[in-house]
Design a protein around this ligand. Structure first.
Ligand code: MG
Length: 445
């Protein structure tokens, strides 16, 4: 049955594998792991969120933790509140961009970031062994509510932006929150920045108005609205509002890769420093870092925890993943659609030209993604052969194999959650990208 239990979190289908029993036991496992203390808990807008939140809270209270219930909030909002409340940890109830029948559980450390894989594995191992330490009646935890997440999160972002220039150039912005958890905070942020907001799917009711992953096919409505209202920009959040996709002033979906590229452009101009991105992320960030004076870009395995760890280790000023996930360490070490919106608006206010022109000035690449159903041992055998395609290219084997050549790169890796291999190639034109894909797929058997 469909239960995905990985170091990135636990996901299942309501009524089948994602049950209150599982949530309560995950709560006991995490509470035992923490050994008490405060734990903030937030959920996205899925209809099942409240039942899982209550069950998980019971598990935490039973193991002696003090639960701070944030209600329906974004994933980056929970990360901010771990810090604000100086909690020992955090829990997010979300299945991110999965359809509404799914739900899941993600843990955050006391630093407000995804636990490193070895810590996440320890928590899951404790759950599997049923190694719970439950409190006696005199040491049970308590539950309190805290509804300050949106305002604290937005305040934190406003302090980092050049707010005055944005307010001086009132921008028309279309925001699609897909009826997820990002609507309230998103609206508050844009309003504080003086934007004219046309807000689509703003109700946090979990009735996703379109398939919730912020991809081009799913956002045609947003593109139409941007054109119809002659807006300067369109933003789309995923249900837990850690990812952001952008539509330019011409109503063109510019692709999630550009979210991190624009954020990097913003940070490199203001606070030049190292960056981090996963191995499947576009080379645009390397070009921007080179143009900003040869700043280092640290490449990491796919997954937010890896990017966040590299950012902490190398003192990165910006980081993220090519799926629209931007991490600004001044806010938290979690991907954050709100801070990404603020940066894009800051760029627009600072440059007297439309977003389409700004995007056209960025390096342009074509990315091709393929996937192959394969058994794990077949994938492993393929990965052993992929370096043979390198020629003079630069190899990185931190997560599968990535090869970089001057004309482009290709990344082959096994999925963490399904028996499939993914191939991603990027080059200046489609024919070159396709030839890079073929160079590695020729070694498949
Ligand atoms: Mg998400």
């Amino acid at each position: 049955m469909t239960l995905m239990m990985t170091v990135s979190g636990v996901r299942g289908i309501i009524g089948q594998t994602m049950t209150p029993t599982l949530a309560a036991e995950l709560g006991m496992a995490y509470g035992t792991h923490l050994g008490g203390g405060g734990v903030v808990i937030g959920r996205d807008s899925r209809p099942s969120g409240h039942l899982l939140s209550r069950a998980l809270s019971s598990g935490l209270v039973a193991s002696g933790c003090h639960v701070i219930d944030l209600g329906i909030v974004s994933t980056p909002g929970v990360a901010v509140m771990v810090q604000e409340r100086q909690a020992a940890g955090g829990v997010v109830i979300t299945a991110s961009h999965n359809p509404r029948e799914w739900n899941g559980v993600k843990f955050l450390t006391g630093g407000g970031y995804a636990p490193p894989p070895e810590d996440a594995a320890r928590i899951l191992d404790r759950y599997r062994r049923r190694d719970f330490h439950l409190a006696d009646v005199d040491h049970l935890g308590r539950i309190e509510k805290d509804d300050s997440t949106h305002s604290r999160h937005v305040q934190r972002i406003l302090r980092l932006l050049d707010v005055a220039p944005i307010r001086r150039h009132p921008l028309t912005v279309v925001l699609d929150s897909v009826n997820g958890a990002g609507g309230l905070g998103g609206h508050l942020l844009l309003e504080k920045l003086g934007c004219q907001v046309i807000h689509l799917n703003a109700e946090a009711n979990g009735q996703f108005a379109h398939p919730p992953e912020p991809t081009e096919d799913n956002l045609t409505g947003l593109c139409d609205f941007v054109q119809k209202h002659e807006a300067e920009v369109g933003f789309a959040q995923d249900p837990d509002a850690d990812r952001l996709a952008i539509v330019d002033d011409r109503g063109r979906y510019i692709g999630e890769e550009y979210t991190l590229a624009l954020a990097a452009k913003y940070m490199f101009a203001r606070q030049p420093g190292p960056a981090a991105a996963n191995l499947s992320t576009s080379r645009m960030i390397d070009d921007l870092a080179a143009a900003a004076g040869g700043l280092p870009v640290h490449r990491t395995p796919v997954g937010e925890a890896h990017v966040a760890r590299a950012m902490r280790e190398h003192g990165c000023v910006i980081g993220g993943e090519g799926n629209g996930g931007v991490i600004d360490p001044r806010v938290s070490f979690v991907r954050d659609s709100f801070v990404a919106m603020g940066m894009v608006l800051n760029i627009l206010a600072g440059e007297d030209r439309p977003l389409s022109a700004i995007v056209d000035d960025l390096p342009r690449y074509v990315m091709i993604k393929r996937k192959f159903s394969m058994a794990p041992e077949q994938i492993a055998a393929w990965l052993r052969r992929v370096p043979n395609a390198a020629g003079g290219g630069r190899l990185n084997t931190a997560d599968g194999v990535r090869i970089d050549w001057p004309e482009g790169w290709v990344h082959v890796r096994g999925s963490n959650t399904e028996p499939i291999a993914r191939v991603i190639a990027e080059a200046a034109d489609a024919a070159t990208a396709q030839s890079l894909v073929e160079r590695v797929t020729a070694l498949r058997e």
